[in-house]
Write a protein that binds this ligand. Structure first.
Ligand code: 13P
Length: 252
């Protein structure tokens, strides 16, 4: 049985003290919520990992980094490797976010390397895919998503693939206030699950968690999460206020 997950992606927001405070509020919210139907993850900047981990210890909230390097170690000034991330006690790393692909020129091939390094370091991966508005208008969105998944993930053995969570994030819905409709999102999620089934078989596909991301908020989470192939969300803006984030966490 696959897990439901609601994961925050704080992006480049909050100072360390602000982040620690936010994490505390999330931990308290989760502790107070009866009968949660999902795992809760907070994705935080590298600088915050150790301090936030200390707040999460003993609680029920998992920790993610927002990126890792495409090298294991060495002379790569300013980069942070997957083993470094793992050494903070982080459980997950978010890879392939469209902001990384778009602003930092991360390629499918580079992401394949990052995925391998993250898994080798013992991290689980939240792997993002999704099309731009132009690609959707041109009708190439299915192919774009397929290329991203096949190129960076489908070389994995089945056992390794079990540590992958997929997040569908249509670029046109990120931070724009424009959400994909639940039907639009479900169509892509079902397509992604079908791709996984063709590659790894029906059981693996059934066990794979597929999250939706893009202007997800308390007011639309319930409708999105009610769809059969939407197993939770990757939340940007609404993860920066504990009350909003908890409104999504409790939407199941
Ligand atoms: P918003 O929720 O701010 O649209 O961001 C979504 C996202 O990019 C999560 O990774």
């Amino acid at each position: 049985m696959r897990k439901n997950i609601v994961a925050g992606n704080w992006k480049m927001n909050t100072t360390v003290p602000e982040g620690v405070q936010l994490a505390k509020e999330v931990v308290e919210g989760v502790a107070a919520a009866a009968d949660l139907k999902c795992d809760v993850v907070v994705g935080v900047p590298f600088t915050h990992l150790t301090a936030v981990k200390a707040v999460l210890d003993g609680g029920k909230v998992w920790l993610a980094a927002e990126n890792c390097a495409d090298h294991d170690k060495g002379a790569y000034t300013g980069e942070v490797s997957a083993p470094m991330v793992a050494s903070t006690g982080a459980d997950y790393v978010i890879l392939g976010h469209s902001e990384r692909r778009g602003y930092y020129a991360e390629t499918i091939e580079m992401l394949k390397t990052k995925v391998d390094l993250a898994l080798a370091a013992g991290l689980k991966v939240i792997f993002c895919c999704g099309e731009s508005l132009d690609e959707r208008k041109a009708g190439t969105h299915f192919q774009v998503i397929k290329d991203e998944l096949v190129g960076s993930l489908f070389h994995l053995e089945e056992q390794a693939f079990a540590n992958i969570v997929i997040a569908y994030e249509p670029i046109w819905a990120i931070g724009t206030g424009e959400t994909a409709t639940a039907e639009q999102a479900e169509e892509i999620h079902a397509f992604i699950r079908q791709l996984v089934a063709e590659k790894y078989g029906a059981q693996v596909a059934d066990d794979t968690t597929i999250l939706y991301g893009g202007s997800c908020k308390p007011s639309n989470a319930q409708e999105l999460f009610a769809k059969p192939d939407i197993d939770g969300g990757l939340i940007g803006g609404a993860s920066l206020k504990a009350a909003d984030f908890m409104g999504i966490v409790t939407a199941f």
